[in-house]
Design a binder for this molecule. Structure first.
Ligand code: TA6
Length: 242
């Protein structure tokens, strides 16, 4: 998913002008799907955020209803180095007044498996310096500070690199830009991840310019603590953007 502009004409998602389109890297922006692991793999030497965000996805089904269109997509293959499970993976995308993303993982094998994942959404903001995040609470683990634990700030504003896993899985978060609000509702998650690389790290990324940090904010609906699925069991991770 690369863009979502509902009837009010305001694009909700951020997409980098420097995004790489040849499949050699994940597209920088939109909603990358991190699966079957979030972040670094414990083993090392494997791609960050899993492998399905770099793979082609096929359209499995589509339907038009009054008020929305729904697409069902699946990656060509869910198997890969670093994950032993036999899994089915589908992304249901409902585009209407809201954007509904539902990532469904199903254990199609005979053994249980554990996975982590995220809908790594890049939201477009007018000015990160004038942006406030509302609705988060509890503690977070700070990747930028060696995974130190911190308490969710209030007000939640942005003054530098922010790379946090919030462990309180609240259902609704609001990006408040003063006169513009974006609502993010989540289900099936154990964490919400908040990321802005800030100027220096954005400039070093290659597919992002330094000043791009002013216009984006990732708020990710995620399973970071590991979820076990028994044979035949399925789990849905959902993010609704309005
Ligand atoms: O979700 C936050 C994060 O894991 C950050 O630590 C940062 O590295 C970001 O995702 C982007 O990762 P990427 O692999 O797309 O460069």
């Amino acid at each position: 998913m690369l863009a979502f502009t509902p009837r009010d004409g305001r694009e909700r998602l951020w997409l980098s002008d420097g995004a790489v389109w040849d499949g050699s890297a994940a597209i920088r922006g939109g909603v990358p799907v991190c699966w079957p692991w979030f972040g670094e793999h414990a083993r090392g030497g494997l791609p960050a955020h899993g492998y399905v965000r770099n793979r082609p996805w096929q359209l499995v089904d589509s339907r038009e209803e009054t008020g929305f269109t729904e697409l069902t997509l699946s990656p060509e293959d869910t198997r890969g180095e670093g994950f032993e499970g036999e899994a089915g993976l589908t992304l249901h995308v409902r585009v209407g007044k809201e954007l509904v993303l539902a990532l469904c993982t199903e254990n199609q094998g005979k053994l249980p498996f554990v996975y982590t994942c995220a809908l790594h959404t890049y939201f477009r903001v007018c000015d990160i310096g004038q942006t406030e995040l509302r609705g988060l609470s509890g503690d977070y683990r700070d990747k930028a500070l060696g995974w130190a634990t911190g308490a969710t700030p209030a007000p939640y504003r942005f003054h530098g690199e922010t790379d946090r896993i919030h462990l309180e899985p609240v259902e609704e978060v609001l990006i408040d830009e003063g006169d513009i609000f974006t609502t993010i509702r989540s289900q099936g998650h154990d964490s919400l991840v908040v990321w802005n690389p800030w100027r220096e790290k954005a400039g070093a990324l290659g597919d992002m310019k330094a000043e791009d940090h002013l216009r984006m904010l990732c708020v990710e609906t995620a399973i970071t603590q590991g979820r076990s699925l028994a044979p035949g069991e399925r789990h849905v991770l959902k993010q609704v953007i309005a």
